[in-house]
Write a protein that binds this ligand. Sequence first.
Ligand SMILES: N[C@@H](CCC(=O)N[C@@H](CS)C(=O)NCC(=O)O)C(=O)O
Length: 278
Amino acid sequence: MRALLLVFCCIHLATAFVSSACMPRVLTEMRGGYDATVGTDPSTPIQFFTLPGCTCPYAQRVHIALLELLLPFDMTEISLPKPDWYLKINPRGKVPALRIPAEQNAVIYESAICNEFLCDYATKLQKHHTLMPMDPIHKAKIRLLNDHCDNVFSKTQFTYLMNKDDEADAGLRAEMENALKCYEDALVESKGPYLMGEFSVADLHVFPFIQRLLITHKQWKDYVLPSDKFPNLLAWHDSCLERESVKKSSMSKDKTIEVYGRFVAADYKFGGLNKSSL
Ligand SMILES: N[C@@H](CCC(=O)N[C@@H](CS)C(=O)NCC(=O)O)C(=O)O
């Protein structure tokens, strides 16, 4: 009985330690009064720079990776217009970005590069979780899926969403479905539940975009992903939604509609034209 109690206490303490070590502190940027480039004790956890309210899909990729890899981090929310000091972190002025006090304050940006770094860093720290398989063919497949997301799929998604010419709608919808087929095919090949079988950087790279698609295209196009064409992709979306990392990094449905409502009203141009006044 005493041995059982001891095992129970050990499990409880271990769980409490892991969750407190991974609980991010949110350091909200206060204009003029705060500069995240100072105060860099090497024992400070990874600094993760994002937008407030989990609105950025690129930052969500990195947020999911940090949580999945159980890497302790502090989250700094950068409100727009971005403060000048932020250009010292990311000269491109975009989120996400990471700063690693334990590695001479190395700075990393671009979500795909941040996530490859985090996978390598977790291996270096001998964490037992990974989101990138060792096999070179599997790695290449993941990079191809991620390239497809950034250079093909996301553009079709936003072009269809923002289109206001009724005659062009069917063609743009078909282009988007054509681009989505790549994920349905990958899930058939992997036999699920995730794109490479196990949850990997391929899933967290595209998930934020498909999560937004399901909400915004229903709202403005009355479009739902057809279950006869995309049965595996719909099941994949639901499996991703059940993960704690996804729940913690997601903006709510109402917030999604509020944010995208502004984009739709303003004819915001996605896909490289992020310099809108919004
Ligand atoms: N290619 C970048 C895209 C990041 C990006 O566009 N982030 C947006 C927020 S969702 C941003 O910071 N936009 C501000 C700007 O372009 O000034 C990545 O993958 O990290």
